[in-house]
Design a protein around this ligand. Structure first.
Ligand SMILES: Cc1cc2nc3c(=O)[nH]c(=O)nc-3n(C[C@H](O)[C@H](O)[C@H](O)COP(=O)(O)OP(=O)(O)OC[C@H]3O[C@@H](n4cnc5c(N)ncnc54)[C@H](O)[C@@H]3O)c2cc1C
Ligand SMILES: *[C@@H]1O[C@H](CO)[C@@H](O)[C@H](O)[C@H]1NC(C)=O
Length: 392
C-alpha cells in the first residue's frame, strides 16, 4: 500500500457515523476526522434541553441498527445521543478528534485526495491522503445570523438558538425570538413556559404549514405505502385547518403548497407544533411582523411599531461550511456549501467525492446517503480488484 486511506470521512455527526458503519459492514477501512472532541457534537452541545426528535424514531434510524424497541417513539435529545453513542460503539467508530479540516484537494497526479488538518490542541498541521472522500460536516456547521441595521448599539443580550439551553434565566425578561421555524417556535414556547415575556417575529414572505407531529407521522406512513404526495398533502392541510383554524390574524400565513411538497422541492420543513400555537392564540406569545432595524434597545418592526427587549434570540438557522474547506474545481458543492446536483443525484461527484447529510432530508436522508456511498465505493473497489486479478 502507498499509505493512503481507502476512504476519508470528514465529520462525526450522524452522517459520518452512518457512513463509517456502512463501510465497516463491508470491511472497507476508513479514517474519520472530527474537529470537536466527541461524536454528535451538534446534539450534545448545540441543542436545547427540551428538544425531542420531531419524527417517529423509525424515520430517524441509522443503517444496520434501529433504536431499541423500548425507546420512546419521539426520542428526547438525551436518548438520541445515547443511541448515537451505542451506534458508534457497535460499529467501532473511533474518530480522530480535534482534527479541524482546513482543506481537501484532489491531486491529479496519483488520483488521491489530500486533506489538510489543523490540530485543535496545538495548532499543528497534518496531512492525510485518501482515495475516496466523504463530506459529512453537516448543514449546521455554523450559526447563521442575519445582518440587522443598528444591532451593534443594542445593549441587551444577543444569542443564537445554538447556545440556548432552557428558559430559567429569562423569567420576567422581554425576549424577542427572530425566526419562526421549528427551533424558533419551540424556543418561544419554552421561554414563555419559563415566564419570559415572549414575542416571535415572522418574516412576511415566510409562510409556514403548521402541523402536529402526529399529522406528519401519519403523512409519512401514507407516503411509505405509496399514496401520492399531492393527496397526502391535501389531507394534511385539511387536518391542520381543522385543528388550528385560520392563523392569519395571528400573523401566520399558510402557503398554497403542502408540507411534503415544500420539503421535497425547496427543503422547507413544516412547523411541527409543540404547543406554541395555543400560546399564540391565548396571547401568551406575541407575533410581530418582520424586524426592520434596531435603535438603541428598541426594535423597530415593518408595521411601524417599536418594542423594547432585554434579549434577542436568533433562531435563524445554520450554514454549511463544506465549500470553505473543499477545494473542488468540478463544483460538486454550490456557494451555500450544499450539493450542486439535485436529489437524487446529489450524493456523488467526480474523482471519488461524496456528500452525506447535505441534501436537507434529515436523518432519513442521511441513512440513505450512507448506504448509497458505501455501496458505490464497495462496487468500485470490487470491480478494480477483479480487473487486476490475473486472468486464466
Ligand atoms: C435543533 C435541530 C433539531 C433537529 N431535529 C431533527 C429531527 O428531529 N429529525 C431529523 O431527521 N433531523 C433533525 N435535524 C436535522 C439533522 O438530522 C441533524 O442536524 C443531524 O445532526 C445532521 O447530521 P450530520 O452528521 O449531517 O451533521 P452534524 O450533526 O452537524 O455533524 C457534522 C460534524 O462535522 C463536524 N465538522 C464540521 N466541520 C468540520 C471540519 N472542517 N473538520 C472536521 N469536522 C468538522 C462537526 O463538528 C460535527 O460533529 C435537526 C437539526 C437541528 C439543528
Ligand atoms: C438550564 O440551563 C442552565 C445553563 O444555561 C443549566 O445550568 C441548568 O442546569 C439548566 N436547568 C435545567 C432545569 O435544565
Amino acid at each position: 500500500m502507498d499509505g493512503a486511506h481507502p476512504v476519508i470521512i470528514i465529520g462525526a455527526g450522524p452522517a459520518g457515523l452512518a457512513t463509517a458503519a456502512c463501510l465497516s459492514v463491508r470491511s472497507i477501512p476508513y479514517l474519520i476526522l472530527e474537529r470537536e472532541d466527541c461524536i454528535a457534537s451538534l446534539w450534545r452541545h448545540r441543542t436545547y434541553s427540551r428538544l425531542k426528535l420531531h419524527l417517529d424514531k423509525r424515520f430517524c434510524q441509522l443503517p444496520h441498527m434501529p433504536p431499541p424497541a423500548d425507546s420512546p417513539t419521539y426520542m428526547p435529545r438525551d436518548r438520541f445521543i445515547r443511541y448515537l453513542d451505542d451506534y458508534a460503539a457497535k460499529f467501532d467508530v473511533v474518530p480522530e478528534f480535534g482534527s479541524d479540516v482546513e482543506s481537501a484537494v484532489f491531486r491529479e497526479g496519483d488520483g488521491k485526495w489530500v486533506v489538510k488538518v489543523r490540530r485543535v490542541e496545538n495548532g499543528e498541521e497534518r496531512e492525510y491522503v485518501g482515495r475516496y472522500l466523504v463530506a459529512a460536516t453537516g448543514e449546521n456547521a455554523e450559526p447563521n445570523v442575519p445582518k440587522i441595521e443598528g444591532i451593534e448599539g443594542f445593549t441587551g443580550e444577543l444569542i443564537h438558538s445554538a447556545d440556548y439551553k432552557n428558559g430559567t434565566k429569562y423569567e420576567g425578561k422581554r425576549v424577542l425570538v427572530v425566526g419562526s421555524g421549528n427551533s424558533g417556535m419551540e424556543i418561544a414556547y419554552d421561554l414563555s413556559s419559563h415566564g419570559a415575556v415572549t414575542s416571535i417575529c415572522v418574516r412576511e414572505i415566510l409562510q409556514v404549514q403548521v402541523m402536529s407531529k402526529e399529522m406528519i407521522n401519519f403523512g409519512m406512513h401514507l407516503l411509505k405505502y405509496n399514496m401520492p404526495l399531492t393527496i397526502v398533502d391535501s389531507f394534511l392541510i385539511l387536518l391542520s385547518n381543522i385543528k388550528y383554524g385560520d392563523l392569519s390574524k395571528f400573523g401566520i400565513k399558510k402557503p398554497k403548497d403542502g408540507p411534503f411538497f415544500l420539503k421535497a422541492t425547496v427543503g422547507r420543513s413544516p412547523v411541527i407544533d409543540v404547543g406554541t400555537i395555543h400560546k399564540i392564540k391565548k396571547g401568551e406569545i406575541q407575533v410581530l411582523p418582520a424586524l426592520s432595524f434596531i435603535e438603541g434597545d428598541w426594535v423597530k418592526f415593518t408595521n411601524g411599531e417599536s418594542h423594547y427587549f432585554d434579549t434577542i434570540l436568533f433562531a435563524t438557522g445554520y450554514k454549511s461550511l463544506a465549500n470553505k474547506w473543499l477545494k473542488d474545481e468540478k463544483n460538486f458543492l454550490n456557494e451555500k456549501g450544499l450539493p450542486a446536483r439535485k436529489f437524487p443525484d446529489h450524493w456523488k461527484g467526480e474523482n471519488g467525492i461524496y456528500s452525506a447529510g447535505l441534501s436537507r432530508r434529515g436523518l432519513e436522508g442521511i441513512a440513505s446517503d450512507a448506504r448509497l456511498i458505501s455501496n458505490d465505493i464497495d462496487s468500485t473497489l470490487k470491480s478494480e480488484r477483479s480487473m487486476t486479478k490475473p486472468s486464466c
